[in-house]
Design a binder for this molecule. Sequence first.
Ligand code: HEM
Length: 122
Amino acid sequence: MKHDINSSHDIFRLVTEFYLKAKSDAAIGEYFTQDRIDWDVHIPKMCTFWENILFFSGNYSGNPMEQHQLLHQTYPFDPKDFDRWLKIFVETVNQLFQGQNADLIKQRAKGITKIMTAKLFE
Ligand code: HEM
């Protein structure tokens, strides 16, 4: 039986499962299979990012918008990549969890993706 996203452990499961799918994806996998990504740093960072959103933990201090603007200069994104990213994220949440926080994280991911694509491409 699926339960809601209730803990840091659940977020860790979501983030690691998401990247397993994203890395092997035909459309966006290549972004995530570059050697320069230090996964020992990136995974905990993504966990604190989502923990902050769901549990207001206050332990994320980064600037994802700026980070993706920089990435866009070196490895240009395509707007379709963000649709794909969101689809994989939503699929991963639905596969593992159900409940209010599961709904909320999908809603937030959708909102952030929309803002990112607007700022990067419009
Ligand atoms: C096609 C879509 C996307 C790609 C290819 C992508 C790729 C990346 C990459 C390569 C990094 C840097 C990793 C590193 O070098 O350590 C990064 C950082 C990050 N991404 Fe994305 N990303 C995408 C969309 C998103 C979306 C939609 C969100 C949020 C909903 C997001 C959240 C973040 C965060 C929080 C960071 C860390 C920023 C920091 O340094 O504090 N990304 N992303």
